[in-house]
Design a protein around this ligand. Structure first.
Ligand SMILES: Cc1ncc(COP(=O)(O)O)c(C=O)c1O
Length: 393
């Protein structure tokens, strides 16, 4: 049978992109990967999983294995109301809904909002998974300028002035891929601009809890609640495999997103949601989160130091106070893809940054480095190897 003939038109837009091809070699034996984008397994609270499971079985019995509400398991949503309150986002049990990871929320938003040719405004660079969620619906991307302080508000205003934008997608805190954070002053400006133009912002916030330095910043959602869909996740502060994401949206959109999810998977795993409810209600997060931070903070510091020590002066690393990534920009025109292949030969992988841009001409001289997986001395050696390889180009 010719299965290819059966594929929908939009399926072509999901085709394996160049990054997957390029990253195939990462798993070669002996290669140290700074290319990954996943939390360290050492960050999972394995020591309490039995206890949490017992609590779930005693408290919820067979209900933990039953079909449940599309909106999400109520005991988990009750806990998330408190977690969100601590982030300055005021909502109630009805207002916070669960989906299968933040990725599930991005996918549902795309399905709900994007018609072919709709314009979506994005940071340049942006999160690849968001593009994977949006691409099948055939939007046009409008790229906005970023610098070390995150999205440039004037660029947002220009974009909203000149284009009919369906929504804006931002990762304001410890962005993937750059690790950058939008400053407080800019957040206030962005909130004012989206209100002025009556624009919808999708604020994706998986990393703000992973802060290693400085003070927490308020989400843009707190400044323009009626114009923002706020998305977050337990993937980085509990375990990504449980697939627990959540969102707070303007009521009209929340109701539609529930309908979308009904058609996708009815609801997220009840057992996993119950486990998450117990993790949050039993104060485990309060004791476990500092351990995750203790695990990652020295890794980030080791990577920063190694970059400063070994990389040539013309290679600049964006400041970052948290998350999972650092972003290095080389001299203009420096080909990070060429460097990537040479580094693989020398046993180190990273992600060339160009793949995070929607404009093909951008980002050739950039790279994303992940520091959650390797230990400090491996990180140092890997950066040293990258530095030595740069000299050969
Ligand atoms: C910016 C961003 N959004 C969303 C996700 C997806 O996270 P989740 O595990 O909650 O689906 C990630 C994961 O790396 C991410 O970096």
């Amino acid at each position: 049978m010719d299965f290819k003939n059966l594929l929908a038109d939009r399926t072509q837009l999901m085709e394996a992109n160049a990054i997957r091809e390029i990253l195939k070699v990462v798993s070669k034996p002996g290669v140290v990967s700074l290319a990954g984008g996943i939390p360290s397994p050492d960050s999972f609270p394995m020591e309490i999983i039995n206890e949490l499971t017992d609590r779930v079985l005693i408290k919820y019995k067979s209900n933990a294995f039953q079909y449940d509400l599309t909106e999400g398991f109520i005991p988990l949503r009750e806990q998330l109301v408190h977690l969100l309150e601590n982030r300055g986002i005021h909502t109630d049990v009805d207002g916070v809904n669960i989906m299968s990871g933040s990725q599930g929320v991005l996918d549902s938003i795309a399905k709900l909002l994007i018609s072919r040719g709709d314009k979506i405004a994005l940071e340049a660079p942006t999160y690849l998974g968001a593009l994977s969620a949006f691409n099948p619906y055939e939007p046009n991307y409008i790229r906005m300028d970023m610098d070390e302080k995150g999205l440039v508000p004037e660029s947002l205003e220009e974009t909203l002035k000149n284009h009919q934008i369906k929504f804006i997608y931002l990762v304001p805190t410890f962005q993937n891929p750059t690790g950058r954070t939008i400053t407080l002053e800019r957040r206030q400006k962005i909130a004012a601009i989206i209100q002025k133009y009556d624009a919808l912002l999708v604020e994706d916030d998986p990393y703000s809890a992973l802060r290693y330095n400085g003070d927490d910043l308020p989400a843009i959602k707190t400044m323009a609640p009626d114009h923002v869909i706020y998305i977050s996740t337990l993937s980085k502060i509990f375990a990504p495999g449980l697939r627990i994401g959540f969102f707070v949206a303007p009521e009209f959109l929340r109701q539609w997103l529930v309908l979308v999810k009904q058609g996708v998977d009815l609801h997220t795993s009840t057992f996993n949601q119950a486990l998450a409810a117990e993790y949050l209600s039993g104060n485990y997060l309060e004791t476990h989160l500092p351990k995750i931070i203790q695990l990652y903070q020295p890794k980030q510091a080791a990577m920063f130091n190694a970059i400063k020590t070994y990389l040539p002066e013309k290679f600049h690393c964006s400041p970052s106070d948290g998350g999972m990534f650092l972003w290095v920009t080389g001299p203009k025109g420096f080909d990070m893809i060429k460097l990537y292949y040479k580094c693989i030969e020398n046993g180190v992988a990273f992600v060339p940054g160009k793949f995070f841009f929607t404009d093909e001409k951008e980002g050739i001289e950039t790279m994303r480095l992940n520091y959650t997986m390797a230990d400090e001395s491996t990180i140092e050696k890997a950066i040293q190897t990258i530095a030595e390889t740069i000299q050969t180009i």
